[in-house]
Ligand binder design. Structure first.
Ligand SMILES: Cc1cc2nc3c(=O)[nH]c(=O)nc-3n(C[C@H](O)[C@H](O)[C@H](O)COP(=O)(O)O)c2cc1C
Length: 395
């Protein structure tokens, strides 16, 4: 779901390749995008709005003076709602229209009214494409910042072979992702993330827990997934919904987490431990509920098994240090003691950082002791920064 939360305005114009726009609309929708289709009058001679409406689940805009959607000023609303506009296929005529700033149909008007990136995927007869006037129009639009996806060489609808075929759907989607700044730099990598706060049982109804909400680990799992990695999320109890497209393994205690991590890292390229793992657990858990009649209750605590000591292998290790004092010094100690490649230190005494908030302010420290203090940012942004560093350390 690389395009989740993104609005893509898909402009379809009147060329033979218009039927391929249905496949593009389908793939974009499957990738999570909200696809708002705008068709020219000529496009409707080749493919029906009904097809696009059913594929995208959204009304299709065909007539500038007949609003199709909930938007009142449709051209302005679409121009603003778009994260990106893709015209595929783009006819020579539409390219000329856009180059001239002509707004005599809905697509021309939306493109003129937008400040968002516009991508053009031309498709036409090779002579039309080579024609100086078409090339001049392309050059003008490029100079204005439009992105072009070059047509491909191959068999054209006329039966001739030449340069003019609409680029492959995969190439168009790749370009959209690139323009939107969506990275796929972790494709082929396996990343194991731990999250949540472990619970160490005292008796059948009570446990020792901690304040870890799971937000940082879940943000890491989602970010790694969106960048193309195969992600295993080993999660202790958290109140967040399980992210889609990620292998989720639920555990409760530190001991269970250790077992799951040891199994999961066998093929991993990186292990990122964002879980709040208990350092101590009750030596024994009472088999039945401890009654409150006793005047006092003493629970003997022992150390939990250390996860990292037994997790061996050739992968990047990232740990977290949630500290309330001497943050950086304590984090550095942990980095060395646990043989980490990177440690993410945060001061949990700050209100906008640490547990159960959507933001975090962290310092990244690597093996050489180099520190990078990051400003306050969302946990997702922190996750991206951590993954940038993980990527940099991978072979
Ligand atoms: C059968 C047929 C196929 C066409 N294929 C293309 C094409 O692939 N590329 C193109 O630029 N024009 C093509 N045209 C011409 C366009 O449909 C025509 O220029 C039209 O005005 C484009 O309008 P639009 O840009 O508003 O969609 C074709 C016309 C017909 C009749």
């Amino acid at each position: 779901m690389m395009l989740k939360g993104k609005t893509v305005v898909l402009g379809i114009t009147g060329g033979i390749a218009a039927y391929k726009a249905a496949d593009l609309a389908s793939k974009l929708t499957q990738a999570g995008a909200r696809v708002e289709t705008v068709m020219t009058e000529s496009a409707m001679k080749f493919i029906t709005p009904l097809t696009l409406r059913n594929i995208t689940g959204r009304p299709v805009v065909t007539d500038m003076f007949e609003p199709a959607s909930e938007y009142s000023e449709e051209h302005v609303a679409l121009a603003e709602a778009a994260d990106v506009i893709i015209v595929a296929p783009a006819t020579a005529n539409t390219i000329a229209r856009l180059a001239g700033g002509i707004a005599d149909n809905m697509l021309g008007t939306v493109v003129l009214a937008t400040e968002k990136p516009v991508i053009i995927a031309p498709a036409m007869n090779d002579v039309m494409y080579r024609n100086t006037v078409t090339q001049e129009n392309v050059a003008r639009l490029k100079a204005r910042g439009f992105t072009f996806i070059e047509p491909e060489y191959g068999r054209l609808a006329s039966g001739k072979t030449g340069k003019g075929r609409l680029a492959e759907t995969s190439k168009i989607i790749e370009t959209i992702e690139k323009v939107l700044g969506i990275k796929t730099d972790l494709e082929g990598k396996r990343i194991v993330v731990t999250a949540g706060g472990t619970q160490e049982p005292i008796d059948p109804v009570r446990h020792i827990g901690n304040r870890s909400s799971g937000r940082m680990g879940y943000a890491l799992a989602e970010a790694a997934r969106d960048r193309g990695a195969a992600v295993t999320l080993i999660t202790a109890p958290a109140t967040l919904p399980a992210p889609g497209g990620v292998e989720v393994i639920k555990v409760k205690t530190a001991a269970e987490m250790k077992k799951a991590v040891v199994a999961a890292v066998k093929k991993a390229d990186a292990l990122i431990m964002a879980a709040g793992v208990a350092d101590f657990m009750p030596k024994t858990a009472a088999r039945s509920k401890i009654k409150k009649e006793s005047a006092a209750l003493n629970i003997e605590l022992v150390k939990t098994p250390d996860i990292l000591s037994e997790v061996k292998g050739d992968f990047i290790r990232v740990g977290f240090a949630a500290e309330s004092e001497n943050v950086v010094a304590n984090a550095k100690k942990k980095l060395l003691a646990k043989h980490l490649d990177l440690i993410v230190a945060n001061d949990i005494t700050a209100a906008d950082s640490g547990f159960d908030v959507a933001t975090n302010r962290v310092t990244l420290i690597d093996r050489t002791g180099k520190e990078e203090g990051l400003p306050l940012m969302s946990k997702r942004e922190v996750a991206e920064k951590i993954l940038d560093r993980v990527k940099g350390m991978m072979k």
